[in-house]
Design a protein around this ligand. Structure first.
Ligand SMILES: [Fe+2]
Ligand SMILES: [Fe+2]
Length: 313
């Protein structure tokens, strides 16, 4: 194959299928079975108001800091939109063969995350259950659309970064709660997200062998317009600023702990056999990383100045 050949979307799916099969086996050998109910402190629960006549939720029911509550809500609503994600990947990757087996297995694992986090939040009374349910209805009613829905490599690049972003976000949210029970639950969820990341990252690594310029183009495009899957959540901009100010997920983490480790694994700056567009994509990627570095530093300076101001009061 010459470097200027464009591999069709169908050919990419066919060529990558054996890689999917191998990585599916790898995934199944590494994934550990776990049970959401074991992570929830059920005996701390109390009946709520409503048909059963219990006690209404109050903000004082939990000592979890406000920003951790915000992050928990964002993380749960993000997990909640699973039917839309399933639709997107089932449509793109298909429901047959190794691709289909992966799509369903991944969906089943992700389904556990929303169940576990919701059970924990309800039992521990960490967040307002009425507001949470209304937010879920609004968010799921909007649905989620993959920005690169008909492009295999763009979608693989996106999910490689997104699974790692979700891992970091769950981990840091757990720490921010100051609640060892919640931290253990979110660490467990984060371990799943990490395996998902590795699966997709390995697929795109194979795509770099198969169609290096198309893979580079996909990565550059996805880095340039990356949005968290929960960006459609009501009030997401305000919530994500609070989450960034708390250091749960900020631009520096996005660049240094999500983008960079994955890009290093693909060794993007040493890939050979690129055509003109592949080279252009790599240059755009490098510029994008520099821009992100500057923006992250600006944010950190502002955050430090704000912290100093608050400390003076
Ligand atoms: Fe998840
Ligand atoms: Fe995941």
């Amino acid at each position: 194959m010459t470097v200027s050949t464009t591999v069709s979307q169908t050919a990419l799916l066919v060529e990558l299928e054996p890689v999917v099969a191998r990585n599916l086996d790898r995934h199944l050998s590494l994934a550990k079975e776990w049970f959401p109910h074991e992570y929830v402190p059920w005996s701390e629960g109390r009946t709520f108001d409503g048909p059963l006549g219990g006690e209404a939720w109050s903000p004082t029911d939990s000592t979890i800091p406000d920003v951790a509550r915000t992050a928990l809500i964002v993380n749960l609503l993000t997990e909640d939109n699973l039917p839309s994600y399933h639709h997107e990947i089932a449509t793109l990757f298909g429901r047959d063969g190794a691709w289909g087996t992966w799509v369903h297995r991944w969906t089943a694992e992700e389904g556990r995350h929303g169940v576990a986090i919701r059970d924990y939040l309800t039992v521990s009374r960490a967040v307002d259950p009425v507001a949470l349910e209304r937010a879920r209805m609004t968010h799921m009613s909007e649905g989620y659309t993959n920005a690169h829905g008909d492009e295999v490599l763009h979608s693989l690049a996106y999910v490689s970064f997104q699974e790692l972003a979700t891992r970091i976000s769950h981990r840091n949210t757990g720490k921010a709660t100051g609640d060892p029970t919640c931290e253990a639950l979110l660490a467990r969820v984060a371990a799943d997200e990490n395996l998902h990341m590795v699966f997709y990252r390995n697929l795109l690594a194979a795509a770099f062998e198969l169609a290096p310029s198309q893979a580079m183009r996909a990565v550059a495009d996805v880095v340039a317009d990356f949005q968290m899957p929960g960006s459609g959540i009501d009030g997401f901009a305000r919530k994500s600023v609070a989450i960034a100010l708390a250091g749960i997920y900020d631009l520096r983490q996005h660049r240094d702990e999500v983008l960079q480790p994955v890009l290093r694994q693909w060794d993007v700056f040493n890939v050979t056999g690129l055509n003109a567009d592949g080279e252009a994509a790599r240059e755009q990627l490098a510029a994008q990383l520099e821009d992100l570095d500057r923006a992250a530093s600006r944010f950190e300076e502002k955050r430090d100045a704000r912290a100093a101001r608050l400390a003076q009061r």
